[in-house]
Design a protein around this ligand. Structure first.
Ligand code: SF4
Length: 381
């Protein structure tokens, strides 16, 4: 298992943990006054708890779990609209598996499927396109969801559908972008963050420069990180060293995968197919300017919003209150830990999720549940 085990080497991990402790001591980080580092990506949240990194590093390091789980930030109104499309006669609605159980206001896609809607799990948008080829008498809709990691594959599939002139395939586009919500978090006076661990997979596509504003305008360090334990430990150390040295830079720990300027093929496909929406609603964060993508008019024939007259194309997403007693928004914005929500582990479990953070494997609540996150007094707001 070359290239994996070398990033899980216990001796190297111990050395990094010791160096993190030294730098944390040098900058005066304590349990009472911790250095607060946000890992933006849900994959990083998952890895931190899977490997117990939150418990291994110096007690003066606090991980704040960011909004980088696309299923978790999808507003209930968009789930409702997905169900609305899926329940139309003649539609085959396709989705990645992790979106199937996300609650809408009345039901999830899984519940709609149980009630008779033809909803199918696919592993890629190309699977949905193949369904459209095989069922020319049906309308096949793909639930386009995710950050810049999955956005290019949806764009390339739309281009392919256009080339083949497949007229019974559309995308219900909910793709979103990472940099804009970070700005919202940095502008929030209640959000006291000292630095960021930047997303690895998203940065493979967009490169590192979209994060320049974090260092330049807000004076905060950010280190783009890989997903193995040593990647994350080294990235935390790099953030701490910037704080110690009073630097604020964009650094790339994941250089073996992330090119500085991103992936030109993916970026070109995205630019061809999508344009920014004026704003898009995020669960827990509200409307954020230019944070969502819509399909350009030139590809309107493959846009489910245009074809079905639904969603942002026809109206703005409805503001829908979260279920009473849930604290998803506070978890999403790092104000509390999942264990600070009264529903955690009682009414809300992976089997009976009340919020999307418990549904997706990248959700902070699911990670705490699966790996037994810390229960502590400071979990409360
Ligand atoms: S435990 Fe459930 S209800 Fe509470 S914040 Fe997490 S997902 Fe939301």
């Amino acid at each position: 298992m070359r290239y994996v085990e070398e990033f899980r080497d216990p001796g190297a991990a111990k050395a990094l943990i010791a160096r993190i402790g030294e730098v944390a001591e040098a900058i005066g980080a304590t349990r009472e006054q911790p250095v607060r580092i946000m890992e933006i990506c849900g994959g990083h949240t998952h890895a931190i708890f899977r490997y117990g990194l939150d418990r291994l590093v110096h007690e003066g390091i606090e991980f704040i779990h960011g909004p980088g789980c696309p299923v978790c930030v999808l507003p209930m109104a968009r789930v409702d609209e997905a169900v609305e499309i899926a329940e139309r006669p003649g539609v085959i609605f396709t989705s990645f598996g992790d979106a199937m159980r996300v609650p809408g206001t009345k039901k999830s896609l899984l519940q709609a499927k149980a009630e008779g809607a033809d909803i199918r799990t696919v592993y890629s948008p190309l699977d949905a396109l193949e369904l459209a080829r095989r069922h020319p008498d049906r309308e096949v809709v793909f639930f386009g969801l995710g950050f810049e990691t999955t956005t290019p594959s949806t764009a390339l599939t739309i281009q392919q559908a256009a080339r083949e002139e497949i007229g019974n395939f559309t995308v219900f586009c909910n793709h979103i972008t990472v940099p804009q919500p970070i700005k919202v978090l940095l502008d929030d006076p209640h959000m006291l963050l000292d630095g960021f661990v930047g997303p690895g997979h998203v940065s493979m596509v967009i490169g590192t420069h979209p994060y320049d504003f974090i260092a330049r305008d807000y004076g905060k360090p950010i280190v783009v990180a890989g997903f193995e334990p040593l990647d994350l430990l080294q990235s935390v150390l790099m953030v701490l060293e910037q704080i110690r040295d009073r630097r604020a830079e964009v650094e790339n720990q994941y250089g073996r995968v992330v090119p500085e300027h991103g992936n030109p093929v993916s970026l070109a496909a995205m630019a061809d197919v999508y344009e920014p929406r004026p704003s898009f609603a995020w669960r827990g964060l509200g409307e954020i300017d230019a944070s969502g993508l819509r399909i350009r008019p030139g590809y309107a024939g493959w846009d489910a919003e245009a074809k079905f007259g639904i969603g942002y194309g026809a109206r703005r997403a409805r503001e829908v209150a979260e279920p009473e007693g849930t604290r998803c928004a506070a978890v999403m914005t790092g104000r509390i830990k999942p264990t600070g929500c009264g529903m955690f582990g009682t009414q809300c479990t992976p089997e009976t999720p009340l919020g999307a953070l418990m549904v997706s494997s990248e959700g902070a609540c699911a990670a705490y549940w699966q790996y037994g996150g810390r229960r502590s007094p400071e979990a409360a707001e």
